[in-house]
Design a protein around this ligand. Structure first.
Ligand code: HEM
Ligand SMILES: Nc1nc2c(c(=O)[nH]1)N[C@H]1C(S)=C(S)[C@@H](COP(=O)(O)O)O[C@H]1N2
Ligand SMILES: [Mo]
Length: 452
């Protein structure tokens, strides 16, 4: 790490490469190259981390875009949290229902990979910190543009990580506004990221090759691994400290530390995509929901019935009616009426946008397409789902025709052989294969079939 305690008075200077620089008089503190003394810093270290981030952040961006497509933003205003996206929605497509674990995978990767990359991102920023302090701040128009792109890159990455992690950990710290922030932030970040990657990937690859040769050479001669500054043909390594402190950790050791940190984060968060003992390993990111208890309904609960303001009185046999509306009018069904319709089963997971998921649960109920047929829709058609809930972001959702048509898409009445518990959506809830959890509306009160 940089030592700020090191005096930078001219008298105190050893005769080093930066002595001349400082005799010139001006730069002090972090603006002086001599301020940065870690022997680990250098283009080899930065290159390894940079290449990991090149792959990792690209995957984060792509799985993030998929997450947006997955909740049907094109369908109706209730689904879209970013209605002013304009051309940024150019890629939207009808989210498939196969494989049924699709969103479980894409969003599990997005969030778990995001958490795992935290040490790599921080180490990468640390490794290039001296660059952020170069003087003069702007040398030319090209240099100014490069610095602006760096600002967007570093700021964008930090912004995406902070908003993403807060969303996962604290649920909805930015009520309603997290989505657009994280969405627009992703595009700002990615623009700068592409520019940066095009400029830097060749340099990073060259450094990696050199590193390998260096290691081979060291292995043959039995020499210690050493940071030698400079990439071939590009003069000296200007990330390397001109006056390094004696090493306390080798470059390989420092990389091991970063990798170990990542591994630890992975091992303590990946479990939230599984049930059983594996879930217990997710100590770092327990979801805010209550303990689901034991029995057939014992899988993760997002919002409880109490939280959503669902009163037992309105879900009782006597009170609750499902309204189904469509081309030929409106049908009202009580729970007995629904149970009298053909019942079907489907083994499907719940996969939340926050990255946690359950393994397959055994749902049973009425097919959505049978309910559509009840009100005159024999062809595939969209549906607008409304719950009993009066407030809250997820009380309404729109499903696309391909989702309604899938024989596994149910208005579920029971799960794992038992009536739905109040917290899992009693008396009836939606369950759709492949879709984000937020589309699986609980405590359903009304289904309106028709083009949305
Ligand atoms: C450079 C890094 C990242 C990029 C480019 C990125 C990109 C995206 C994009 C484009 C979306 C869809 C936005 C939307 O649904 O409106 C998204 C969703 C999401 N991201 Fe990220 N992300 C990044 C890092 C992270 C990290 C580190 C985390 C947390 C560990 C995270 C957590 C989430 C969550 C929870 C969602 C779901 C939001 C929702 O649709 O409800 N992201 N991400
Ligand atoms: N009415 C209603 N339905 C809802 C929600 C909600 O808050 N209200 N949360 C959704 C979200 S975000 C998820 S992940 C799933 C979680 O279902 P579970 O609590 O049965 O696991 O329910 C969805 N259905
Ligand atoms: Mo969710």
């Amino acid at each position: 790490m940089a030592r700020s305690s090191r005096p930078s008075l001219p008298e105190d200077l050893p005769a080093g490469p930066s002595a001349a620089l400082r005799r010139g008089g001006t730069p002090h503190g972090p603006f002086s190259p001599g301020f940065w003394r870690s022997p680990v810093r250098g283009t080899p270290f930065t290159s390894v981390l940079g290449l990991v981030l090149l792959v990792g952040l690209t995957v984060l961006f792509l799985t993030g875009l998929l997450s947006y497509a997955a909740y049907n933003p094109g369908l109706s205003p209730v689904n879209d949290k970013t209605p002013d996206k304009g051309i940024l929605g150019f890629y939207l497509f009808a989210w498939p229902t196969d494989p049924p674990w699709l969103y479980r995978l894409t969003q599990g990767v997005h969030v778990t990979l995001g958490l795992t990359l935290v040490p790599v991102l921080l180490a990468k920023l640390w490794s290039v910190a001296p660059r952020l302090f170069t003087l003069p701040p702007v040398r030319s128009v090209a240099h100014a543009l490069e610095r602006i792109s760096l600002l967007l890159l570093v700021g964008g990455a930090l912004f995406e990580f902070v908003t993403g992690i807060l969303n996962v950990q604290l649920d909805y710290l930015f009520p309603g506004s997290f989505y657009p922030l994280h969405f627009y932030g992703a595009w700002v970040f990615f623009g700068a990221f592409v520019v940066h990657a095009v400029l830097k990937t060749p340099v990073a690859l060259r450094n990696l090759r050199r590193l390998r040769e260096e290691r081979k050479g060291a292995g043959e001669s039995g020499e210690e691994e050493r940071d030698v500054g400079g990439d071939e043909g590009e003069g000296r390594d200007d990330l390397a400290a001109p006056e390094p402190d004696p090493p306390t950790v080798s470059r390989r050791g420092a990389l091991g530390l970063v990798g170990g940190g990542s591994l630890l984060l992975f091992a303590t968060s990946a479990g939230r995509s599984f049930d059983g003992p594996l879930r217990e390993t997710a100590v770092l990111t327990p979801h805010g929901g209550p303990e689901p208890g034991t029995g057939p309904n014992a899988f993760q609960i997002n919002k409880t019935a109490a939280y959503a303001g669902i009163h037992p009185a309105e879900t009782s046999e006597d009170a609750w009616r499902l309204v189904v509306a469509g081309r030929t009018g409106t049908v009202r069904l009580d729970r007995a009426g629904l149970l009298a319709l053909p019942q079907h089963s489907a083994a499907l997971p719940i996969a939340c946008v926050e990255g946690w998921s359950t393994s397959d649960q055994w749902w049973r109920g009425v097919r959505l397409r049978d309910l559509a047929a009840l009100v005159g829709h024999d062809d595939p058609v969209d549906v607008f789902v409304e719950s009993l809930q009066r407030r809250g972001a997820f009380r309404r959702a729109a499903l696309r025709a391909n989702q309604v048509a899938d024989p596994r898409s149910l208005l579920a009445l029971s799960v794992n052989g038992e009536e739905l518990s109040p917290d899992h959506g009693h008396p009836a809830r939606i369950i759709v294969p492949g879709a984000p959890g937020v589309l699986n509306t609980k405590w359903v009160a009304r289904l309106t079939f028709g083009d949305l």
